[in-house]
Design a protein around this ligand. Structure first.
Ligand code: RIB
Length: 294
């Protein structure tokens, strides 16, 4: 069984600020870091750090070589990441004194992936392999349809939440990871709805897929058929929440592929993301398996 993450690779520029800048305002930052990120690359890193065999596909410019070097150092196979004559995706991240963030994306290579590259990549994978997708690259619908035709199981984390997710064939998804905002919007419920209710609506609406609803400090909820489970976070000081959801996704998938039960997988994923939140950065904050599984 192989795992293919077809997703975004970004250069994260993180500015530490007192507060998130308001319209028309100019503020100073106290530090700036340039580090590896992108939801796809972060999830590939989490899976690899959790000990899974992972293949990453996506597109970067020459400026993104350090992302490949880092992913390779974690054991991710990056042969299917194509280089093109343009910029790598960029994320401008403001991290405020309450450790809340606000992110502006420039898609770069993430929007330069071609349909041909999608077909070529997916053809290299077999029935029963797993594909992990997010909503930060182009042609996600085409990738899902092509993957389903090839017999791959589909895990989708439709982040970031925007109008595009309404056009995705969510009936093809085997494991759906959503946060409160994405989940509530897909369930067609008003903001701040009770999360167990949101989960029930999602299970009813997408009965073919396992649903994982992540809820920040409130942990995560699982639903499939009549089965329900809940995982709780580990209380650690918060340094930076960037990449917490990606860490959760990677570790939940890894734990399930290691045949752990749903409650065990939720506990593992919650522990991994709690550790990630206690450290600065995205990809580099993701813990290794020995810190999480022991
Ligand atoms: O999920 C965190 C990621 O979102 C960051 O690494 C940034 O690149 C944005 O894509």
């Amino acid at each position: 069984m192989k795992i293919l993450v077809f997703g975004s690779l970004n250069i994260d520029l993180t500015f530490s600020v007192d507060h998130i800048v308001a319209p028309g305002e100019t503020i100073d930052s106290t530090s700036m870091t340039r580090s590896a990120g992108g939801k796809g690359a972060n999830q590939a890193a989490a899976l690899a750090k959790a000990g899974m065999p992972v293949y990453m596909a996506g597109k970067i410019g020459q400026d993104g070589q350090f992302l490949l070097d880092l992913l390779q150092s974690y054991g991710v196979n990056t042969e299917r990441v194509v280089k093109y004559d343009g910029a790598t995706g960029q994320a401008i991240i403001q991290l405020d004194s309450n450790k809340q963030n606000a992110i502006v994306l420039y898609s770069g290579g993430n929007s330069a992936i071609s349909i041909n590259e999608i077909h070529q990549t997916i053809a290299e994978f077999d029935t029963g392999d797993l594909i992990v997708l997010q909503n930060e690259i182009v042609h996600v619908r085409e990738i899902m349809e092509c993957a389903k035709k090839g017999g791959l199981r589909i895990c989708l984390n439709p982040s970031p939440c925007n109008k595009k997710i309404m056009d995705l064939p969510l009936n093809l998804v085997d494991i759906l990871f959503v946060n409160e905002i994405e989940g509530t919007s897909l369930a067609g419920l008003p903001p701040d709805s009770h999360l167990p209710l949101v989960l029930n609506h999602l299970v009813e609406r997408f009965p073919q897929g396992e649903i994982i609803l992540t809820a920040g400090k409130d942990g995560a909820y699982y639903g499939f058929g009549k089965q329900r489970a809940k995982g709780d976070i580990v209380n650690l000081p918060v340094a930076d929440t960037t990449g917490a959801g990606d860490t959760f996704t990677g570790y939940f998938i890894a734990a399930r592929e290691k045949k752990m039960s749903v409650p065990q997988a939720l506990a593992i994923a919650c522990r991994a993301s709690s550790i990630a939140v206690s450290r600065k950065g995205a990809m580099e904050s993701i813990p290794f398996g020995e810190e999480v599984f022991n």
